[in-house]
Design a protein. Structure first.
Length: 155
């Protein structure tokens, strides 16, 4: 199940907004699904603008990167300073998709959907736990989730 990613094989979005699109083997309208995905990429500029640039296009090599025409250097949505997003210009080089180098799996999905990692960071940042305690707690939760999905044969 391949994920749509950037030219480096890496996605350029935060873990909670990375989208992976697949065409199941049992799909009956494969040509229509493929056309939809092409149209989705083609609408990247409009989608990115109308979402306030909170979702970046993941396929810059297809021309979808034109959805960010200078926006990272001068945010049209009035960031202060206006270039605060400029550091994201080369993010395809230093980010990756969930599951890299393969596709994401059920365990990773549950870990992200239950906010274990943000909770770990917040717990340490707010002084509710030491960083070591926060990491240990998150690791324990992640191990339990992986064990559950391994038992089901899905990891």
């Amino acid at each position: 199940m391949p994920a749509l990613t950037g030219p480096s094989g890496k996605g350029i979005a935060s873990q909670h907004v990375v989208r992976s699109y697949i065409v199941p083997k049992w799909a009956k309208n494969v040509d229509k699904v493929k056309q939809f995905l092409l149209d989705l990429v083609g609408a990247a500029h409009s989608a990115v603008y109308n979402l306030g640039a909170v979702r970046f296009p993941l396929l810059p090599h297809t021309g979808a990167a034109s959805a960010l025409p200078g926006w990272l250097q001068s945010d049209p949505f009035k960031s202060n300073p206006s270039n605060k997003l400029a550091l994201l210009a080369d993010s395809a080089k230093w980010t990756t998709n969930v599951g890299y180098p393969g596709a994401a799996n059920a365990a990773e999905g549950e870990i992200f959907n239950t906010n274990i990692l943000p909770t770990m960071m917040a717990s340490a940042a707010q002084g509710k736990a030491t960083p070591k305690q926060a990491v240990a707690s998150a690791a324990s939760q992640c191990e339990a989730i992986y064990s559950k999905w391994r038992a089901k044969g899905l990891v």
